[in-house]
Design a protein around this ligand. Sequence first.
Ligand code: PEP
Length: 248
Amino acid sequence: MMRTPLVAGNWKMNGSQESIKALLSAISSGSTNLSGVDIAVCPPAIYIPVVAQILAKSHIAYGGQNVCEKEKGAFTGEIATSMLLDFSCKYVIIGHSERRSIYNESDSLVAEKFVAAKQAGLIPILCVGETLDEREQNITEKVVARQLDAVTAVDNLDNAVIAYEPVWAIGTGKTASPEQAQEVHAFIRQHLTQSNADIAQKVQILYGGSVKGSNAQELFAKEDIDGGLIGGASLDAEDFLRICQAAV
Ligand code: PEP
């Protein structure tokens, strides 16, 4: 099964109107001739209109970093799926480890957000992954299965993307080895096969955690690694472009 790779940048809480314009202009011009890879960026929500305007006719897609599970109403500070769609977002990151750990998002809240995103027609990028402590306790598969099961209990992974992001590798400069990552990616695909074999084959499983231009190729060469979710390196046009090229 040929899955088109996806490279998605998670800008987190970084950037300004000025820096975003420069970054997008470099990424756009550097990737016009790249085919065979889907590219997306996820800016801070307040910059989505700016990004939408710049990328209106571009091959580069964009999305949110988070979304509210509720449709609308008295939820001060939140952003609805309909609002992301209003600015033509294609993707939304759901359950990033920073949301889970810093903002206490539970598996069930993550599942609710996933359902809301899919129902609205957004493609959720569902993040899963173990902490260092969990890896050392040898419960990586158990943790990842629990995070996936919370979602598959209420929805399926059709028209969704998974990002396997070991928490110990995010923003630390420590990357999982291609073998370590592949092992978990294969586990995820096999685990999903139990509920739906077709979707399990089709779903893009991205690796995230200190991916850089210099290590992307060996990671993306692995059978079940279908691209990457990129934090730090997505803020550097040259590095991000190298990662996109490595996925082709
Ligand atoms: C992320 O936060 O999704 C991520 C992968 O970050 P970094 O690439 O900086 O480790």
